[in-house]
Each structure stands twice: as C-alpha cells, then as structure tokens.
Design a protein around this ligand. Sequence first.
Ligand code: HEC
Ligand code: HEC
Length: 314
Amino acid sequence: MLSFSKRFITLSLCSCMAILAIEPIVPIPRELDYDRQKAEVGKVLFMDPMLSSDGTVSCHSCHDFDHGGADPRPVSIGVHGKKGLSNAPTVYNSYFNFRQFWNGRAKDLKEQADGPLHNPVEMNMASKKIEKYLNASDYYKKAFETIYHAPPTYKRALEVIAEFEKALFTPDCRFDRYLRGEIDLTGPEKKGYRLFKRLGCVSCHNGINIGGNSFQKMGLIFPYRWSPDFPDRFALTSDPLDKNVYKVPTLRNIALTAPYFHDGSSPTLRDALEKMGYHNLGFKLEKKEILPLEAFLESLTGKKPAILQESDSL
Ligand code: HEC
Ligand code: HEC
C-alpha cells in the first residue's frame, strides 16, 4: 500500500481519490436526527457525579466541554484519585467513529458507556446501585416515565447517555464551510491542507471524522515506546503485530484537546505533529510545513454542540 517517492508518501488511496476528484474529508451535517427528550436526560446523567462510587466523578470530569470534550490531564483521574492509563479522547463527534475506545473494544456508544461506569479507576459503580439511585430520584423517575412509560433501568440509562453523545456534533468549522464552497480558507490553511494530503497524513486521517475509521500503528516507520499498560489492539488480540495499534483519533477540534496521543505525552499540537511526522511518516517535519499544518488543523474547530447551549428541562 505504501510507496515512497522522495520524502513524500504516495498512496493508492490518494491517487484513486484524485481520479474521482472527491475530497478525502467529508463535512459533518448541520443537523442530525436524535431524540431530544432522551438526549436532555442523557445530558443530566453525563454531568451527574452520583453515578460514581464516591460521588465525585461524572463523565464530564474526564470529558470536559470546555476542553473540546476531552481531558486536559495527560491521564484521567477517577474515584478516590485513582490514575488511569490513558488520555481521554473527545466525546465530540464520537458518534461518527466506527468503534469506540483507543483499541475499538466497544462497538458503539451504548456499549462504550458501560465501560467507565464499572471501571474501578473511573466511576466504579455496579449496575444495580445505579438503578437504585435512579429509582430513588424524583427527577429521573419522572423523566424515564415520560420517555419510556417505564421506570429507570441501567440499560435505559446507557441508551439515553448514548443519545446525548449523538447530539455532541460540532458543525460548521471553517474547513467544512470551505468544502461546502461557502468561504475561502487563508493561504496558510490551504497550504496546510495540501501538505496534509501530499505528506500522507490523509491516508490515516480521512472521512467524516478525519480519523475514527481505521486502526493504525503508532510508530509505523520509526517505533514508538510500548508498554503492556497501553490500551492498544494487542491488549485485545495478543497478536504482536497489534502492539501500539490504535483507532486513528479524530482531528476535529484538535486545537482544543491537548495533551495528545493515547498516553497524553504531547503537550502541544506542534509537538504532536513532530512526533507524527517522525514516527508515522519517517521524517522530520520542517518549520515551514508545521506552521501551515497547524493553521489547517485549527480550521477544524467547529461550533460547540447546540445541545450544550440550549437547555430544555423535561
Ligand atoms: C476517570 C475518567 C473518565 C470518566 C469518568 C469517563 N471517561 Fe470516557 N474515557 C476516558 C478514557 C481514559 C478513555 C479512553 C480509554 C481507552 O480507550 O482505553 C475514554 C473513552 C471514552 C469514549 C471513547 C471515545 C473514542 O473516540 O474512542 C467515550 C465515547 C467516552 N469515554 C464516554 C464516556 C461516558 C459516557 C462516560 C460516563 C458514563 C465516561 N466516558 C466517563 C476517561 C473517562
Ligand atoms: C499511518 C497512519 C498515520 C499517519 C500517516 C498519520 N497519523 Fe496521525 N495518528 C495516527 C494514530 C494511530 C494516532 C494515535 C496515536 C497514539 O495515540 O499513540 C494519531 C494521532 C494523531 C494526533 C493526535 C490526536 C489526539 O487526539 O491525540 C495528531 C494531531 C495527528 N495524528 C496528526 C497527524 C498529521 C498532521 C499527520 C501528517 C503529518 C499524521 N497525523 C499522520 C495515525 C496516523
């Protein structure tokens, strides 16, 4: 699949795209169908620390809406100050990912939400305890009655959380508006996009989420440090070829979600770009490449999800 020409990587994917004259990145829609009532209750659950064993940690503790839906700490901290093993990815636009988690171990958002609620270093709660808490709350009882004509259950709670996450999409970034022909990009932004395609970034970061649609190796050309604690594909498959293989992260809103990588080891976007260039493309990016790439990546910051701006109580 990979062939080198000078220092640029040409991919069969790119040449095929050029022939078809299709852009390798697709804008996210301005509107998405979701169940408003469920999403509003999901939002309350997402913010509720009582879903954790010591009453201090909510989903929002590690997926902060003021940090692009991600965690500004290199690794997340759960109940009783317990440290996790990886950096929390953004929940914004996660609905568009083909699988969830760094190694894709959950097939969708409902299955994903089951993880942190039980994880001993995250929220550490049993399903039965969550059900008991929800059924003791007038707000939740009334809300689930309105939606399901039935009392709260753990499964229904996962469903409404997932519906809320579906609503966390960030439309109308400058780059999407450019793709739709509504605005022009600045010189550096356009140059950055050209480099993004020509250098080969686009071979892994493409599609509607500019990532989130394949598993790839961190350290494809020059190996990246590995630890058995990393949530890579190897942890699931035990195949040595899967060491340091992760779901390619989305680059949407990337300017907001430092630090970067599964281990949170890059404090700045510039540092992340340098590592990507070296480990995954096999060369040192020059300053005249990094600056426009940064400008392009900054054009991927979209509007904050509408559901976070309006508040309808049920
Ligand atoms: C203690 C911090 C913490 C809490 C609390 C937490 N998360 Fe996460 N979240 C993480 C980390 C770390 C990962 C990555 C773990 C991995 O891939 O192994 C993650 C991954 C995710 C992903 C996958 C995103 C992707 O691109 O793969 C979603 C979605 C998500 N969390 C939603 C939630 C929801 C919903 C809750 C509440 C029920 C929640 N999280 C609670 C830290 C946290
Ligand atoms: C061979 C596939 C591949 C190529 C080529 C590639 N990436 Fe990546 N990229 C990945 C993977 C996999 C990760 C996650 C690695 C990790 O967390 O250890 C990643 C992570 C990133 C991150 C950090 C995202 C986050 O949320 O932590 C940025 C930024 C990034 N890439 C930008 C780029 C740019 C810019 C280029 C081109 C200069 C590029 N990538 C080339 C596969 C690739």
